[in-house]
Every structure is written in structure tokens, then in C-alpha cells.
Design a protein. Sequence first.
Length: 306
Amino acid sequence: MDADVRLRAKKILAPKLPIDDLNATLKLNDGVLSFAPAAFGVADGRMEIYSTFDGSKRPSKVKIDARLRHLDLKRFLADTSFAQKTLSPIGGRIVLAGTGESFRELMATASGNTFFAMSGGEISELLIRLAGLDVANALGVAIRGDEPTPVRCALLNLQGQNGQMGVQTLVFDTANSVVSGEGNIDLRDEKVNIVVLPVPKGFSPLSLRSYIRVTGGFKNISVFPDPIKTGTDSVFKKLFNVLTMLVMTPLQPRDLGQGKDVDCDALIAQVQNQDPQGLVLKDVQKPGEPATSGNRESAQRHASAR
């Protein structure tokens, strides 16, 4: 069976999903199904999906190229108190290829790149203070009230083969702190193992600065201090980490405010220069550039041109 279908929906009623509209072209030819593209209006931005599903062989071969432009994350968190203190907007690209008869099998064999970038917006100051185990400043925020702190930029770049995705770049830069990270995501076993380090940009008189390990299955992720990267996969290691963190606290040079502003433009340019296949989108929103309706119209024109 062959088919050539175009679907346009000016309005989509999906109360729990921030989907606004749809413009999709679907083609089926000799057992190969392709979207070229399926363009969604999502969270005041755009998501374009260029996909190929080759069902002529077993297991099926799947290629996915999803492009996210200026998505407002507040739309995803509309029913939470955190929504008004969260970051936005975000853009990126997911380029993966794999085989399988289900989404889980596809992820277990996936190879490719995932790239997300964000600049501007806000995030809860209390959340940032707690992420850095900054006791003194967290108490101050709790007393005077949690106010959003500006986000300068954030960047996540993953690359991998056969379901093993390694963190190439992880940076989250706010007005108060800069967070960097390393590690990997195992799509085959659905596990994550990432270590992040928050570094403050100002002095704090009382904190428990430490590496923070994010680990476990996708459904039961654990976040725990890991000051010398020994791991947190047993009760003994967790107890050792707590004792080590308490001993090392008076010696933490990071409390002296050694965090520096990240050169966001240079960081994004570096990732793009290391991308000979052109997988990273070139229209990533730059720091200081407002997320206006013009951004969305530009993305819509870009999708129409393709």
C-alpha cells in the first residue's frame, strides 16, 4: 500500500499537552513510512519531526530527526507552583537511528546526537541553593520568600552508540551559580549516571558543597552527594559520602565565590564547530535575545520553506 497524506489542524484540544496546531505530511511507499515533516505548534514554539520508519525488513529500521525551537517550558508545568519560577525557552535537536518493533527496542539500539540549548528565562532561587547544598543562603531564601533568579544559558550535548549516550557538554549558568556535569545515560537498561558540580558566584558562610550524583532507573532516580566520586550504589558508600562531605566542608574553596559567568556564545559556537555533520541547529537562541512571537513566526517560515 502506498499513500501521500497531508494533515493540517489549526487547533488541537489536548488539555494536558501544550500542543497548539499541526501541519504534517505523511508518505508511505513500499513499506517505508516517512514524515517530511510533521510540524507542531508546541508551548508557544515549534517542533518539527522528520522521521523514516522502514517496515520492509525485520527488525524495522527507524530514523528520527526532531527539531525544537523556542519551547516555553512554563507551558509544560502550568499546573505546578514551580511553573512561575522555571526556565524558558528551550531549543534543540534529537537525531537518532535504531531498530526495533517498539519504542523501547528503538531506544536500546539508538545511535546519534541529542542537543538542547536555552538562554534567558528564570528558575527558582531556592532550587539552585538547595542543588548546591548552600544551607545559609537557602535559609535566607526560605525566610524572605523564593524569587526567580535569571538564567544566563544552559547547554546539554549527548552523543552515543547502541543505546549508550555520553554527556559531552552539560552547563547550567545562572546569576548565582554555574553548574557543570559529566556522565552517561543508558537507554538500553533505562538508567542514568551523571555527576554535577554546582559552584557559587558569591561567598556563603555555611554550605556543604559537593559533587552531586544523579543515578538510578528512569522511574526511580536518586540524587545524593558524592564528594570524591566514589559512587552512591550502596548504603555503605552513602554513609561514607556523608562523613567525607562533613569533614571536607571547612576546606571547600568553592565557597569563596569562584564561579564565573560562562561565555555562552562561545560555548554554543564551540559545539557547533565540533559538529561537521550539521546536526546542531544554527538558529539557537542567543543570550539576551528575547523569545517573542517573531521567533515563532521565523520558525514557522523555516518549517514552511522545508
